[in-house]
Design a protein around this ligand. Structure first.
Ligand code: UDP
Length: 250
């Protein structure tokens, strides 16, 4: 009999349980869950998200119940400093593209929600062209009124997408998905932040060399200086991780 040994696949960083699977394993794991009819809420968390969870109990509980993947080099370093086995980043935009490849293979239904109207229609157009066998069952922008929500939830529920990508900014995108999860009929739902802006071509991702040097965060800061306040979460995150590491030693 073949016994499947399950290595510990969770690394806890400041109270947030991260998956330790590498990028390809993550894609395979999520795809298998979809094929097995299991529902999954994926959160791609960077240091800013971890700090948000520390400060917001409701969001912490959402994150604890989700499948959290390490987006952001800060998470990979934090794991290293605390001797936990996270090898690499699993970024939102790359995971989205890899899951679209799976959707293309399996002819899954895909629904896109969020971003500005021109951005989401351009992103939908580009994804439909790149993944012609994925069924794009619907999309709409993320600037809707509260009274439109019911209609949006119904539209998604009727479309029964295997993949639901939501870009409303964090933590709102995850709060929104969790609020309606039981009615959405989506196998996998994932908040994708600024990914539609990148896919549409309206926002450029850092050139590869910056990514390789682990400086994507710096590129974002330099190209969108208005984010500096949000990025203060990064040094706060580093200090908190190191403080906890040192205090657990003494
Ligand atoms: N967004 C939206 N509705 C809103 C606010 C934001 O659709 O009410 C979209 C925004 O256009 C962008 C995405 O949410 O495409 C992510 O926004 P942001 O960059 O602020 O979030 P982050 O992922 O950096 O947290």
């Amino acid at each position: 009999m073949k016994v499947k040994t399950l290595a510990k696949q969770v690394a806890t960083i400041l109270g947030v349980p991260f998956s330790t699977r590498g990028f390809h394993e993550t894609v395979t794991y999520i795809a298998e869950r979809i094929e097995n009819g299991q529902k999954t809420h994926v959160v791609t968390a960077n240091p800013e998200i971890v700090m948000l969870a520390r400060e917001n109990r409701a969001f912490q509980s959402i994150v604890e119940q989700a499948y959290v993947v390490p987006d952001g080099i800060g998470i990979v370093y934090a794991a290293k400093w605390t001797n936990q086995p996270i090898r690499e980043r699993v970024t939102g935009v790359e995971l989205l593209e890899a899951l679209m490849t799976e959707a293309n293979k399996h002819q899954w239904g895909v629904y896109l929600l969020g971003a500005k109207p021109d951005v989401i229609s351009l992103a939908a157009e580009k994804l439909a062209a790149r993944y012609p066998n994925a069924r794009l069952v619907g999309y709409r922008d993320g600037f809707f009124r509260a009274e439109d929500e019911e209609k949006i939830v119904q539209e998604i529920a009727e479309a029964k997408p295997e993949l639901l990508f939501v870009a409303l900014g964090a933590p709102r995108q995850d709060e929104w998905m969790v609020k309606y999860r039981d009615r959405l009929n989506a196998s996998m739902m994932m908040g994708v932040g600024g990914s539609f802006d990148v896919i549409s071509g309206k926002v450029k991702r850092a050139p590869e060399i910056w990514q390789k040097l682990h400086l994507e965060w710096f590129y974002r800061l330099a190209s969108q200086p208005s984010r500096w306040k949000r990025q203060l979460a990064i040094p706060r995150f580093v200090l908190t991780v190191l403080k906890e590491k040192w205090s657990s030693r003494s």
